[in-house]
Design a binder for this molecule. Structure first.
Ligand SMILES: [Zn+2]
Ligand SMILES: [Zn+2]
Length: 248
């Protein structure tokens, strides 16, 4: 299976990332990726970027060294109501938005509380992907979260770092979630969650798990350029519709 793009990559702007956009692009090119999505953390993460980092995206290039570039964010869910760490005016200008929990921002609650927060965040029209939902630190009703994602046309991430350096104990949860997405007919995206450039395009553990459970390639957003384009077009369309709605 070939993955054509990595849409969860951090830079030094995240405050605990170790590479620049350009270094990440160089590795993406070496590994044959066609596209790269930068998804830095949002302002409430310690050392995270200010709103201005996202507002200045006019400077962010569309293509470098022949690699297509997309500008997103890994937006923290701030509370049990699913409130997000970026205002709508910024979310609207991104190419895509991942949402996730981090203990530095929201310590989480019961399974019911976490599930409600995740689903409320997914219901936001400017959210496209739910990132690393298998984190055992935040117990979730996986059926409910996957059902909501599929109903809303949103994507569930399979995060390669969750099998390696981050969020210990995620492996079995990630497998279970992927099986649910498979049976509900939803979509996953495979991501590196790179915080250093050499991690860009590393998907080995995530792909091994998907292969073990016989996960279909056509349900993976970034296993083909065609699926990736559909995903990005849909994200752009959501923003266009939201703009029209909120302008009236
Ligand atoms: Zn991080
Ligand atoms: Zn991340």
């Amino acid at each position: 299976m070939r993955i054509v793009a990595d849409l969860h990559v951090h830079t030094v702007a995240s405050g605990h990332g170790y590479s620049t956009v350009f270094e990440n692009v160089q590795v993406a090119k070496q590994k044959g990726l066609l596209a790269l999505g930068i998804a830095d953390h949002t302002p409430s993460m310690p050392g995270g970027p200010s709103f201005l980092y996202f507002e200045a995206r006019g400077h962010f290039p569309k293509e470098v060294l022949g690699v297509r570039l997309y500008f997103g964010a890994e937006v923290d869910i701030r509370d049990a109501e699913g409130n997000l760490d970026l205002p709508d005016r910024i979310l609207r200008r991104l190419d895509f938005a991942l949402v996730s929990f981090h203990p530095q921002v929201f310590s989480g609650g019961s399974k019911e509380v976490n599930t409600q927060a995740f689903i409320k965040a997914l219901e936001h029209p400017l959210v496209d992907v739910v990132a690393h939902p298998g984190n055992p630190r935040y117990p979730l009703d996986y059926e409910k979260v996957v059902e909501a994602a599929v109903r809303l046309g949103k994507v569930i991430e399979v995060n390669n770092s969750s099998f390696l350096v981050s969020r210990k104990g995620s492996r079995e949860n990630c497998r279970f979630i992927a099986q649910l997405v498979q049976s509900f007919g939803g979509m996953v995206i495979v991501s590196s969650d790179a915080h250093f450039c050499m991690e860009v395009g590393e998907f080995g553990e995530a792909l091994r798990m998907l292969e073990e459970i016989g996960f279909p390639e056509e349900q993976i957003v970034n296993a083909s350029w065609e699926n990736l384009e559909k995903f990005l077009q849909r994200a752009a369309q959501r923003r266009e519709e939201y703009r029209v709605l909120s302008d009236h």
